[in-house]
Unconditional design. Structure first.
Length: 264
């Protein structure tokens, strides 16, 4: 049964990681109602490695092109610096607040309220009809990247959504929906890799063979579902916006609160 639960949670992670709906929030809620409890909430962090691999594969040739040209192409070099600068705020907050985040904020009730609040924010942003002038991530300045990085820190609260916070932050600073989502995907690589590496370093001593098996199952499921979402999400939001994700968040948050009230 734990293997089946790990498989379900892995698919949930992959499908929600790159959507503005909060993968961690969904993992915590689904895991709560499935009765799945990982040691130190480690599964919920380490399973993200599957989603990281999905991003690396989908963006492989773009990453290779940037890597080859960053020493000679100023725009590509500035873009790499922008991504790293945007990553720094979350790295600092995550390093110092890890125990507080996992020990205090990883609660189903907090997730539900954050999902609802985030859904309302997405509805407002969608209604603003922002006209993004910056349609290419290579146009993002360093100061703009810093501000996007600060928005990403909001996602330390489970239920807020890392991708949602960074996409909204980028759009409020003049990026188009597609460029904002594109930058969010690139920013996910160092952010999620650092979260994975740091949590593994802090938790590997408490993991046994069964824990590792469940994480591997979740990783594979997250990789497969993550591939599907990454390939289709950019085109979807360019045409349809965030309305469906906003209502998804609000409905899931309300259902979660109802479930907690009825079942505990």
């Amino acid at each position: 049964m734990d293997m089946l639960k790990a498989l379900i949670l892995g698919f949930v992670e992959g499908f929600t990681e790159f959507l503005p709906v909060s993968s961690t929030g969904h993992l915590l809620l689904v895991g709560h109602f499935l009765g799945f409890e990982s040691k130190g909430k480690t599964f919920e962090i380490l399973v993200q490695f599957g989603a990281i691999l999905a991003i690396l594969i989908v963006y492989f040739w773009r990453l290779m092109d940037i890597a080859k040209g960053m020493l000679t192409d100023k725009a590509k070099r500035n873009f790499v610096i922008a991504v790293l600068v945007a990553f720094l705020p979350a790295m600092i907050v995550g390093f110092f607040a890890r125990d507080f985040i996992k020990g205090v904020l990883f609660k189903p009730e907090i997730v539900c309220f954050a999902l609802i609040a985030g859904g309302l924010v997405l509805l407002v942003v969608d209604d603003l009809k922002l006209k993004g002038a910056k349609d290419d991530v290579m146009q993002f300045s360093i100061p703009m990247a810093v501000k996007i990085g600060l928005f990403q820190c909001l996602a330390m609260v489970p239920g807020v959504s890392r991708s949602g916070a960074t996409i909204v932050g980028a759009m409020l600073m003049g990026a188009s929906k597609r460029a904002a989502a594109d930058f969010s995907f690139f920013l996910a690589i160092p952010t999620m890799a650092a979260a994975f590496g740091y949590d593994l370093f802090k938790s590997y001593k408490i993991l046994n063979t069964e824990d590792i098996t469940l994480i591997v199952i979740g990783f594979v499921a997250a990789f497969v579902s993550g591939l599907i979402v990454v390939r289709g999400f950019l085109g979807f939001i360019s045409k349809h916006g965030f309305g469906i994700f906003a209502w998804w968040r609000i409905i899931v948050g309300c259902l979660g609160l109802a479930g907690l009230w009825v079942f505990g």
